[in-house]
Design a protein around this ligand. Structure first.
Ligand SMILES: CCCCCCCC(=O)SCCNC(=O)CCNC(=O)[C@H](O)C(C)(C)COP(=O)(O)OP(=O)(O)OC[C@H]1O[C@@H](n2cnc3c(N)ncnc32)[C@H](O)[C@@H]1OP(=O)(O)O
Length: 165
């Protein structure tokens, strides 16, 4: 008997920035990580699942910490942007677009993170002051919390984004 699997809704990245070329989260990057972030009401958090490829090993059998930083950076930034859409009562993908950039990334590497394992990133907003959003992001390998980040993302407007190019 076949099992019906409910369809996965589109990820935030595909809804709000399908043309994105960020190495970590850009849907249109030809060879990036293509992380996908989803709201999870049960956890009141954004969830991302990612299984690192073996090329991202640091010590044998363990994930390179720099890759974990990339995953945290992108997933946390999407958490901040999703939070702003919610706070304004708007759907991601509606205009004008909301953009944030990483201001500060602070990661505590708690336990070695095994390679060949699906990781779960869970992120939520801890506070917001003006243009700054504080995001907590955890990385779980099964039942083990391997990293936890406490980071700041700063909202930028279209003119500021254009000036960066
Ligand atoms: C869709 C694609 C998603 C891609 C996701 C990828 C995420 C990333 O990796 S982004 C790339 C890495 N980050 C960057 O390049 C950012 C570089 N920095 C900048 O451009 C600027 O410093 C920027 C935009 C953060 C702030 O500059 P500016 O807009 O002039 O703001 P400014 O007036 O100085 O500060 C605004 C507020 O933010 C605070 N702030 C500014 N920078 C930081 C920082 N680095 N850390 C903490 N707080 C900061 C300020 O203290 C100020 O707070 P308050 O209003 O309470 O005084």
């Amino acid at each position: 008997m076949s099992t019906l699997i409910p369809p996965q809704p589109p990820a935030l990245q595909d809804i709000a920035a399908p043309e994105g070329i960020c190495f970590g989260c850009g849907s249109a990057h030809p060879s990036g990580l293509h992380i996908k972030s989803y709201w999870n009401d049960e956890h009141s958090a954004l969830i991302c699942h990612h299984t690192p490829e073996r090329t991202y090993q640091g010590w044998p059998g363990l994930v390179y910490g720099g890759l974990l930083a990339m995953l945290i950076d992108c997933h946390s930034n999407w958490t901040a942007m999703a939070w702003h859409y919610r706070a304004e009562g708007r759907e991601p993908g509606s205009l004008p677009r909301i953009d944030c950039v990483t201001g500060q990334l602070s990661i505590r590497y708690i336990k070695p993170t095994p390679i060949d394992c699906e990781l779960t990133l869970k992120a939520y907003v801890e506070g917001e002051v003006g243009r700054k959003t504080r995001v907590i992001c955890e990385i779980w390998a099964g039942d083990t919390l391997t990293a936890s980040a406490d980071s700041i993302f700063v909202r930028v407007d279209a003119a500021q984004l254009a000036a960066r190019n």
